[in-house]
Ligand binder design. Structure first.
Ligand code: FES
Length: 168
């Protein structure tokens, strides 16, 4: 399988912002685009990104394996990443973690049986005043996530998934 035409267009757009002859500068954008399209970054996808950007595959792997927002194995439909760094921990991240694990019946780096949620932990997300902080899909930042807010979020995400499935 090759990267889709849409993905290639997006990567080209990101590469165009780099100085001439430095399209490798778009590697993070390219990995994000590929992951959005495929859900995770398989070895095959990493090779395709490397080929497209004319980079050594190991250099692409180094970037993908360094940053926690890239997934090198399949994830659930929604990736929930809770900040467990000290400022968040002091404001209830431990309680949030226990609540998430109990409600979803999974531990860190695990995916629910229905494939809906993957639970990850991360370091500071730069929003300590909003602690505890949780990201969904590495894009939507959810703030002050106590158990009631977590329950509301899970309900909302399940409803979103059901709505998308109805659309087909
Ligand atoms: S410690 Fe959690 S956002 Fe900074």
């Amino acid at each position: 399988m090759s990267l889709s035409a849409v993905a290639c267009q997006k990567i080209d757009k990101a590469s165009a912002k780099a100085p001439a002859g430095r399209k490798q500068s778009a590697v993070m954008a390219a990995l994000t685009i590929a992951q959005e399209e495929r859900g995770w970054l398989s070895p095959e996808t990493l090779r395709e990104v490397a080929e497209y950007l004319e980079m050594p595959p190991v250099a692409v792997y180094e970037v993908a394996s360094f940053y926690s927002m890239y997934h090198l194995k399949p994830t659930g439909r929604f990736v929930l990443t809770l900040c467990t760094n000290l400022p968040c921990a002091l404001q209830g991240a431990d309680e949030a973690a226990r609540h998430l694990q109990k409600t979803l019946k999974i531990g860190w780096n695990e995916t629910t049986e229905d494939g809906m949620f993957t639970l990850l932990q991360a370091e500071c997300m730069g929003a300590c005043q909003e602690a505890p902080v949780l990201l969904t899909g590495h894009q939507r930042m959810c703030c002050k996530m106590k158990p009631p807010q977590i329950d509301a979020l899970l309900t909302q995400l399940r409803a979103e998934a059901a709505k998308e499935e109805r659309k087909g």
